[in-house]
Design a protein. Structure first.
Length: 375
């Protein structure tokens, strides 16, 4: 509101003072530090201790990882310093990404990575045009295109056995297929467990409790080693396909319990309102109940996705070399010295990038959908 002159006692006029910002001690970094780092004597002690640890550790890490590190070269002889030997990561980067995929056909993997970026990156950009259609493409046509490109044997592409797949490519294939398939199966299992039909409810309960009662490593072992023993002669499934089925079934059981928690959190009045509108079971569930339940359990769903992404490292026990498996098989190469730390740091960074991205996207989705009915 513009300042105007006002009459005062004695006929004098005065102009109101312009608004001033609040004191810096009540907002901004100073307020945050006072409330979170120095709010009590115990917090002061912990803050000082944390700064002391950072003073001891951070300079050493910076010196090891950057200042004294070796970045260029192709062999162990190119790492004469006492710092990190990033030459090892650079020399084995193709193996870490593609595994044993034929070098002449790796352009197909690059196209798959590019399409994945086209699908995922716009999801992190608010109001990006075409986000919805890109998401639909990622759930429908993208898996088909990926399978055709990676497997080959169609459109003149050379066939590549799944035993040659590995590295980051295999990790993304396992996690993407697991995420895309586990969510709808988990929704159906959660609805079935709350069904009023005893047979359907019992089958869903048995399925969920059975798969949740065993560790994933046992599921993969059974799918790879034991399952072929029960199949007729001449009938066999691809090792990667068996691993995918085991991962999907295992994660679907956990996903069902997460979604069931959201369904139980829906007030009874929502069901009564749907019935009053004359909606049947499937329309009420799809239009009213399920959208609210999924909004409330977004953190749990994403947490399950992150767990699935990290659990893909267990496929090493059945002879599939994912990102971590390729790193582990490379650090024992006698041509290189002690490079285990560099290899594991690289693998950890790759996993952190994808898991952190999923976490941030879930937070963005929560704010957009007002998860938890927050205002």
């Amino acid at each position: 509101m513009p300042a105007t002159d006002h009459p005062a006692a004695g006929g004098e006029t005065f102009r109101p003072l312009p608004p001033r910002p609040p004191p810096s001690s009540t907002i901004g970094p100073l307020r945050w530090a006072r409330d979170n780092l120095f709010s009590s004597p115990l917090n002061v002690m912990l803050t000082v201790f944390g700064l002391y640890l950072a003073w001891l550790i951070v300079p050493y890490l910076v010196d090891w990882a950057i200042l004294s590190a070796d970045f260029t070269g192709s062999t162990w002889d190119d790492c004469p310093s006492d710092g990190a030997c990033w030459v090892f990561v650079g020399a084995r980067l193709d193996f870490f990404i593609y595994g044993h995929y034929p070098p002449a056909e790796r352009w197909r993997v690059d196209i798959v990575f590019l399409l994945l970026a086209v699908v995922l990156v716009p999801q992190f950009i608010p109001r990006c045009p075409g986000r919805l259609w890109l998401g639909v493409f990622g759930l429908t046509l993208y898996p088909v295109i990926t399978g055709a490109l990676l497997l080959g044997g169609v459109f003149g592409l050379e066939a590549v056995e799944t035993g040659s797949w590995g590295g980051l490519m295999l990790t993304l294939v396992l996690s993407y297929v697991g995420i895309v398939a586990a969510l709808p199966i988990g929704i159906l299992l959660a609805l079935g467990r709350r069904s009023s039909m005893p047979v359907i409810r019992s089958l869903c309960v048995v399925f969920i409790e059975l798969w949740r009662g065993v560790p994933l490593i046992s599921v993969l072992f059974m799918a790879s080693v034991m399952l072929p023993l029960f199949l007729p002669d001449g009938v066999n499934f691809d090792k990667l396909l068996r691993a995918l089925i085991g991962i999907v079934m295992f994660q679907s059981a956990y996903m069902a319990e997460v979604i069931r928690g959201g369904l139980q959190g829906i007030p009874k009045g929502q069901y009564e309102a749907a019935a009053a509108l004359g909606l049947g079971y499937w329309r009420a569930t799809g239009l009213i109940i399920l959208p609210q339940a999924l909004k409330m359990v977004i953190p749990g769903i994403v947490n399950t996705f992150i767990s699935l992404f990290k659990d893909t490292t267990l496929v090493l026990i059945i002879g599939l070399f994912d990102l971590l498996g390729t790193v582990q098989s490379s650090i024992v190469d006698p041509a290189w010295g002690p490079v285990a730390v560099e290899g594991y740091v690289f693998a950890a960074f790759c996993f952190w990038v994808f898991c952190f991205g999923m976490s941030r996207y879930s937070q963005t989705l929560e704010r957009k959908l007002h998860t938890g009915h927050k205002r």
